[in-house]
Write a protein that binds this ligand. Sequence first.
Ligand SMILES: *Cc1c(COP(=O)(O)O)cnc(C)c1O
Length: 363
Amino acid sequence: MQGELKIEKAVQHKPKPDTANLSFGVYMTDHMFTMDYKKGEGWHDAKIVPYGPIPMDPAAKVFHYGQTIFEGMKAYVGEDGNIRLFRPEKNFERFNRSCRRMSIPEIDETFVLESLKELIKLDRSWVPSEPGTSLYIRPFAIATENHLGANPSLQYKMMIILSPVGAYYAEGLNPVRIHVETRDVRAVAGGVGEAKTAGNYAASMQAQENAYGAGYSQVLWLDGVHRQYVEEVGSMNVFFRIGDQIVTPSLSGSILNGITRDSAIHMLRDFGYDVEERPITIDELCGCAEDGTLLEAFGTGTAAVVSPIGEIGWNGKTFKIGSGETGEWTRRLYDELTALQRGDLEDRFGWTQIICSAQTTKG
Ligand SMILES: *Cc1c(COP(=O)(O)O)cnc(C)c1O
């Protein structure tokens, strides 16, 4: 299909950022992967080239109809100095599920994962190794045909860019306050909530801004039909500990099937905890907060891995979760999942893949 991967190395290398101040998604590495699609030809011209801007026609469909999808994954360096990927095959499986929903032609998952490994090897000196840091990986596809007709594009570009990112929790794992959104909805079953597509993010920004303005750091999304069932928190999946059980919303068709969510369910069950996937209403949760049985809550996603929630604001009322501190089960999940991702803990699930040894970014 796409033939051989061509590699054109950068002649000049960019200066590396200070790994103590990486922040998130600010710096890009020296190289990127690109591949083109044309109807009749399929995916072709797969190559790794120096990182840089791409020429785009203003009539390209992605600008007008949002035909685009993306993924987010990470590479980690652990104590043994190796660079590892965490369940990367799951990201490319989901990439293709998102492609199908958005009428974008599917990619060859194996070929693209192998190309990603080559890209990481080439830019290995960019992978930070300080605790909490990682290399964020952003694969995406865009509709590039120059035509203002609202039908599936006949041309696409698929790319992968890499960004060294800092520790998500600069001041440690602190619980955040979340605001239950009652006006906007993020997604409905049958819509595109299950696809990792740009429009879901654009649609959620207004509520996110309002939540920030009211002193909250994330939005808790309810379902679009009943405005009762809890769906996600920000762009993370969400878990609650009620008594001695952990509950998380079942995949209803409007929730993104998170890989961290799936990993958390497996790991919590492996710890011996009872985990149930089921519909959860906001009434139930706030009732449990009031009677003291809502002990812990957290979001899960690749960027933050695990994000503890300390308080829920809903209809002008505030509901405290547990003591308001990071819960014991939340912390255990965060510690063990991040250690496993970095290769500092034995990988009893077979989730990690060693790519190559890292090169220190210092000096
Ligand atoms: C990416 C994403 C998640 C988290 O998925 P992971 O695979 O765990 O990173 C959750 N919700 C939304 C809306 C997302 O886009």
